[in-house]
Design a protein around this ligand. Sequence first.
Ligand code: ZN
Ligand code: ZN
Length: 302
Amino acid sequence: MKVITLGTSGAVPTLKRSLPAAALQREGEIFLFDCGEGTQMQLMKAKLSIYKVEKIFISHLHGDHVVGLPGLLMSLGQTPREKPLFIYGPRGIKDYVLANKKHLNFHCEYELLLREVKEGIISEEDKYRFEAVALDHNHLSLGYALIEKERPGKFSVEKAKSLGLEEGPLFGKLQRGEDIKLENGKVIHPRDVLGKPRRGRKVIYATDTRPCPGVAKLSQGADVLIHDGMFSQQEEKEARERGHSTVTQVARMAKDAGVNRLILTHISSRYPDDNLLLKEARTIFPSAIIGRDLMEIEVPLP
Ligand SMILES: [Zn+2]
Ligand SMILES: [Zn+2]
């Protein structure tokens, strides 16, 4: 699994930074968070196929986060697609997409499923789920988390052999959580040969927002937190007024929550040199990253 920061600017693009979008690639599937102007180009530069995008999560209906969406949907309409495309967002996302579809008169030869969501679990899959969390912005805004389910513990070949099992298909059955019965009538349970379940990974995308308790709570033990870090602490008042965060505030929150990797994004165009922000964040969270366009951050299995 990896995170690709496609667009890391906030409000307006710069020559170095495109408007907000981040991709999460997991076993061949691509999930897209926000779709600012230029996201299609950024996906191409990152060598991510738009046809592999399974779900799009829109934080809020400020133009810098959604203007890329109509173009992306139009391009997707050029090629037949079998799978449906899900778009999740706060109230208003349906209207926005449908109005674009109507006025720009584009066709979707695929199933387009628009989901207006609120805080809580919004999608439940076999191996993971997505949750939405309310943000604190000047406009109705949601953050999103991919949370993997626990994986079975490590299989102990030694233990299995000591119980009289021979290597073969029965190993697989136990790994899949099934009991097996030996010829002598003895039953072997998965717990007899598997170690403790292993936790899954958690990746959170939260922008635009002031620091807020919902995100702090959700971030407990997160593998990656991608968060609004629009301003330096010197602009704390402006950050608050405009519904954004300072890198200092986020670094503190991430440290308290035991986040593993912190990526700050939605960087204001007033910092053409982001070293100031980097230094500021790293005095609190030494491995903090100031997101730059097209960075790839691996999210290894724990
Ligand atoms: Zn924004
Ligand atoms: Zn905004």
